[in-house]
Design a protein around this ligand. Sequence first.
Ligand code: 0O2
Length: 222
Amino acid sequence: MNTDKKELLRLFLDNKENFSDIGIFIESFKTLMAYYKCAIMEIETKLNVLNEQFSLRYDRNPISTTKSRLKSIESIIRKLKRKSAAYTLSSLEENINDIAGIRVVCSFESDVYTIANALTSQDDIQLIKEKDYIKNPKPNGYRSLHLIVSVPIFLLHEKKHMKVEIQLRTIAMDSWAALEHQLKYKKDTVFDDKMAQELHLCSKLSAELDLRMDKLKKQVNI
Ligand code: 0O2
């Protein structure tokens, strides 16, 4: 049995008071994941529309790339455990904000805030939580703007509000995060204080780069 199937079985065993057999449980889980996928599509469409309108008006695209993912079952279970939350589907919806995740890489730091403001001021979007790791970077130097929003999805006979985590960052922030992830990915890697300081310095340099690039952007008035 592969890891995902094992994890699903664990979730089922903890849900057994609500689901009479694993078949019904798997169907419910799949349906929930499909709803999260629809929520990702809704947000992606909104981002594409904003990018298009921006391009028509200012002749450039503020969004460089977007990437989306559904959280893996393994990662969902790990988070439920970390939060000491119940292993049920409703607990999963309630306690895990990033089952649906979209990463938006913007050209300039000011674009990050322009896109975030344009998105969260739309009347069908509800901003649930904001973590600004650009203004307040994490101790290791990680920078990004994280938004948890609720977006409606329109199904055959009902409307459901789904949570989506949107991570907005610049190209410089994204390359730092990608490289930091690679450096720390392997469990047996030794990462000492000196290396951590160096990584932090790289983050400061990337913040300086973003600042300078934004200044140039203002000078050329784009
Ligand atoms: P994955 O693989 O993306 O699923 P919450 O409980 O929701 O309030 P949470 O999610 O624990 O808070 O923490 P946070 O800081 O809001 O966001 C976590 C996500 O941000 C991570 O996803 C990463 O994608 C990214 N992130 C946060 N800190 C760092 C960092 O130091 N380095 C890098 N490279 N990325 C970071 P997950 O949960 O790890 O997993």
